[in-house]
Design a protein around this ligand. Structure first.
Ligand code: SF4
Length: 216
């Protein structure tokens, strides 16, 4: 097992969502992604810059603070850039509760196995139950499933979630919105049209609250 780094560079966390896989889950999005998919839903999380720096133990405890949580969803950004740290978060979380793990990556599984982009990749793959792999292609976004576009693959690396009744590939999408102070966090793989509707709603609220101010 690779040595886990002392801290992870975290874009955001959310405890207790039903929009990112089966059951009630907690999400951890890492900061930084080597890909530049056109239409990426999280462009602010692509730059490799310091965001929130937090240790695996702190994150594991935070993500499992809600007793309803039965799973973790790891996304970003690109989780494989911080694979060793995420594997350690999962290891520590499972000492608290035996959670399932869903992980998104822009890499292909075959490539991760053949040429891991970071030393902790085998450790992370060893604790992931479902891997959603491949880059986002906007033209192939069919509005279905827990993947952004139909070219992305769903790999059950363990049997844990294979018969849970959740359709990762074709099921209906849901999204949740969390407002924290001046920031809004969109959680889930958005149904078609939602990001544009969300932006218009934000513009409409801004226009009402700050009449006369030029909107961005
Ligand atoms: S791999 Fe994911 S986070 Fe990275 S640019 Fe593509 S859609 Fe965005």
């Amino acid at each position: 097992m690779s040595a886990a780094p002392a801290v992870l560079n975290v874009a955001a966390t959310y405890v207790g969502t039903e929009a990112l896989g089966p059951g009630v889950r907690s999400a951890l999005w890492v900061q930084g992604c080597p890909f530049r998919c056109a239409g990426c839903i999280a462009p602010d999380w692509i730059p490799d810059r310091p965001a929130r720096l937090a240790g695996p133990a702190e994150l594991a405890e935070e993500l499992l603070a809600d007793p309803r949580v039965t799973g973790l969803t790891l996304s970003g950004g690109e989780p494989m850039q911080q694979a060793a740290g995420l594997a350690e978060v999962v290891r520590l979380a499972r000492q608290i509760r035996d959670v399932s793990v869903v992980c998104f990556t822009g890499h292909r599984l075959e490539r991760l196995r053949a040429r891991p982009p970071s030393p902790g990749v085998p450790d992370l793959l060893a604790v992931v139950d479902v891997l959603v792999d491949g880059r986002y292609v906007a033209a192939l976004n069919d509005g279905r499933g827990l993947r952004g576009s139909s070219n992305q693959g769903i790999h059950h690396l363990t049997s844990r979630l294979a018969d849970c009744g959740y359709d990762f590939g074709r099921g209906p999408r849901t999204a949740e919105l969390a407002v924290r102070g001046p920031e809004a966090l969109l959680i889930g793989v958005p149904p078609l049209g939602l990001p544009a509707a969300f932006d218009s709603a934000v513009d409409a609220v801004r226009a009402r609250m700050f009449p006369g101010r030029k909107q961005p």
